[in-house]
Design a protein around this ligand. Structure first.
Ligand code: ATP
Length: 343
């Protein structure tokens, strides 16, 4: 459970966050410099809000009115940094127990065993694999019996293969962890996989928050659509209650449903387009091929539209085969249910 009501003046803007989430697996998505790390630092007690309060799992960590500011070490929060910040000149064992009393070190063998590190306990970090380094970092944090965990872009420097494996390991470790785990990430995959709830931050303010799966399906705002991976976004103008023009593409879309009055843009995920070889149906999108990028398992087509912006179409295996036999389709079409309505 996380409850935040914080204000803090930063270099270029004021961080102003108010939210309450019952989930204990929370992702924070946001562009560069949006204020994500600052939120984690305030949770850990390294930075102080100018005003407000912070509650984590029913513990009041900070309250400016009540003059409560629990010291970082008494917050019992484990903080996992990018690249894990292991000490290169210490062994795996020493990295795990550094700063612990003799009494606290009694658990070390148990943790080495649990994280399958016993055989490499005397190795230095540069002699172990990326997966092992992640486990050392987790062992170092968890031996201190934290009540909550913070991950700040912890896996972003890893290659895709390793990141996938480590996320899986972290997911398993978290199965036994009852406190909150909060992930700051640029990676939508990480947040989608590990977090039940997501907060989307845009220059210090909440742009969107709630159930992760729902946010990815219905991003609601432009910034959330971008951060959840939507490649095609256009501003719109209303033509009637159920027709809009996507200005950036010069395309009109007619909907069967009545549209809400407060949308400013639409988004279309790159894989949602349906190729049409014969002229039929509504909402046909005319295009000219600009370029094509061959990816290992699919192709990206970049298409000129009648407007100033291109459209990206992700062509998966089955459609690739059709294009090989029939040539490029005449039009693309999009089901109205797959047009994201954005504020
Ligand atoms: N101690 C501070 N006092 C004032 N402003 C700060 C302080 N630390 C960071 N900032 C500013 O706060 C803003 C948000 O920084 P933050 O590190 O939280 O961003 P972020 O969302 O984590 O970005 P990134 O993904 O690039 O790490 C930046 O503009 C930064 O310059």
């Amino acid at each position: 459970m996380l409850e935040l009501n914080i204000k803090k003046k930063l270099n270029n803007f004021t961080l102003d966050i108010e939210c309450k989430l019952d989930s204990n697996r929370i992702g924070i998505l946001g562009g560069s410099g949006a204020g994500k790390s600052m939120i984690l630092k305030m949770l850990a007690g390294i930075e102080k809000p100018d005003k407000g309060y912070i509650k984590l799992d029913d513990r009041l960590l900070f309250d400016s009115e009540k003059k409560i500011d629990i010291k970082p070490k008494d917050r019992h929060i484990g903080y996992c940094f990018q690249n894990y910040a292991l000490f290169p000149n210490l062994t795996v064992y020493e990295n795990i127990v550094i700063g612990l009393s003799k009494y606290e070190r009694a658990d070390a063998d148990k943790f080495l065993e649990k994280f399958e590190l016993t055989k490499i306990k005397d190795s230095k970090p540069n002699k172990i694999s990326g997966g092992q380094a992640a486990r050392v970092a987790m062992a170092r944090i968890l031996i201190r019996k934290p009540k909550a965990l913070l991950f700040d872009e912890a896996f972003s420097a890893l290659d895709i293969y390793l990141r996938d494996h480590i996320q899986e390991e972290i997911a398993q470790i978290l199965e036994d962890f009852e406190g909150s785990a909060i992930f700051v990430s640029h990676s939508r995959d990480e947040v989608y996989r590990l977090c039940d709830s997501t907060i989307v931050i845009d220059t210090g303010k909440i742009s969107n928050l709630g159930n992760t799966k729902k946010i990815f399906k219905f991003p609601e705002t432009k910034i959330t659509a971008i951060l959840t991976g939507c490649k095609n976004i256009s501003d719109i103008r209303y033509i009637s209650d159920n027709t809009i023009e996507a200005i950036d593409w010069g395309i009109k879309f007619k909907f069967l449903k009545e549209l809400p009055k407060d949308i400013n843009a639409i988004g279309i995920r790159a894989h949602e387009f349906v190729p049409i070889w014969e002229e039929a149906g509504t909402n046909l999108i005319e295009f000219k091929l600009k370029s094509r990028a061959k990816l290992p398992f699919e192709d990206n087509y970049y298409l000129y539209t009648k407007g100033s912006s291109d459209i990206t179409w992700l062509v998966q295996k089955d459609i690739k085969e059709k294009i090989n036999s029939r040539g490029l389709p005449k039009f693309l079409q999009i089901d109205e249910e797959n047009i994201l309505l954005l504020k």
